[in-house]
Design a protein around this ligand. Sequence first.
Ligand SMILES: Cc1cc2nc3c(=O)[nH]c(=O)nc-3n(C[C@H](O)[C@H](O)[C@H](O)COP(=O)(O)OP(=O)(O)OC[C@H]3O[C@@H](n4cnc5c(N)ncnc54)[C@H](O)[C@@H]3O)c2cc1C
Length: 425
Amino acid sequence: MKRNLGNIIFIVLALTTVIVWAVFPPEREGVENYARYQVGMTIGSLVITLMSFSLFISTRPRWAEPYFGGLDKMYMTHRYTSTAAFLLMFVHLLIVPLHLVNLALGNYLAMIAFLGIIAIVLPTLAPRIPYLNKLTSGTYEGWKSLHGFIGIFFILGYLHSVTVRAPTTKVAINWNQIFVFLGIGSYIYTEVLSRFLGKRVPYKVEAVHHPNNSTSEVVMRAKGKPIQHAHAGQFLFVRFKGDKSLDEAHPFTISSAPHEDVVRVTIKACGDFTRHLFQNLKPGMDALVEGAYGMFNYKTGGDKQIWVAGGIGITPFLSFLRDLKTDLAHDVHFYYTVRHPEEAVFAEEIDGITKKHPRLKAHIRFSSQHGSLTVDDIVKNAGGNVNAHHVYMCGPLPMVQAFEKKFLEVGVSKDNIHYEEFNFK
Ligand SMILES: Cc1cc2nc3c(=O)[nH]c(=O)nc-3n(C[C@H](O)[C@H](O)[C@H](O)COP(=O)(O)OP(=O)(O)OC[C@H]3O[C@@H](n4cnc5c(N)ncnc54)[C@H](O)[C@@H]3O)c2cc1C
């Protein structure tokens, strides 16, 4: 319940917006097509409400994580509220009676906001459209920079609502203002204030190792007070100074244990940033770290557990294992699946830790030799019944989704399936 409270509150607030506009409707006098007008106004207000939620989540509030199930899950909510606001914006435009769409300043502002939001959202929905792709240079960072303008269009949308001819009730206007303040305040915090409020903690790169020919292990030490790494399985955002291509914040799971006096991240070279990092990151470079975030924590799960790591999805499990100072308090079947043996980074270390913990059974699977891991294999190894097991997964999204579906079919409850989202877009 607690990890859904944030979403429940958002839904209640969005519904309240609708109710407020129904109970305190705009003035009727002088308005033709009143019903359409009222619905249009309600939807416009709903767009502001939903956009303010998205802007609030972009502030990455650590204190709100328990109410959503972690920052990675909050970004999923962000995706839903943004998509809903985007679609409702079209409905608003179509529904407001045309005679109100006059040449007032407010409507010009609305048009600018509308086109601006389309320019930001479409490359996300359709990254392969050639012209739109140019706006973002086809990269995540380009998309993120463009995305930073969304708050400006939110403000324009609000100015539209107050400058357009709209005989609205005070209560509805005041209710709307709450979300205007939430949205604008969140935007200013994200784009300006967060830089000065100590969110980014200075670190120095102490060592860079390459456990295979596509993976980097980066060891970083805090220059002053380190970030708060509350439990194994959390992630951070890091950017590196002194190399322009590395000076952009990317999320990585902390693969070291919370008790270590350094933080380690293990990074697979898969795109522009991570490939450049593999070749160019050097000890001695400065880093800015933000975090730690996330609630992927096996310690809150039941007695019997199944852990599944696919490829670089090993990182939170490395942290779990490195954190084991005393006996493991759960019975764990741990599956680490990679295509080829050379991809199984830290296999020896995992082996060594497994030998010290009788309740931990590690299975390293090379799919090129033994075929792909299946949920049926896992169920068989667990004795044929996994109804009471808690499942922890991290790996490529298609694998995690397919496994989740199958685990549900074989009787694992949805509440007992936990996974780390490696994708925020
Ligand atoms: C919570 C979380 C934990 C992660 N932990 C690890 C880890 O331990 N090891 C590891 O190798 N990878 C991890 N990743 C994935 C890693 O962040 C991306 O692979 C990396 O940012 C890709 O950048 P790129 O420019 O090399 O690749 P690109 O090809 O540009 O990006 C590939 C995809 O990665 C995502 N991405 C890219 N840039 C960013 C960014 N700045 N912020 C958020 N997402 C971005 C986008 O979905 C994008 O489509 C994690 C991701 C998340 C969300």
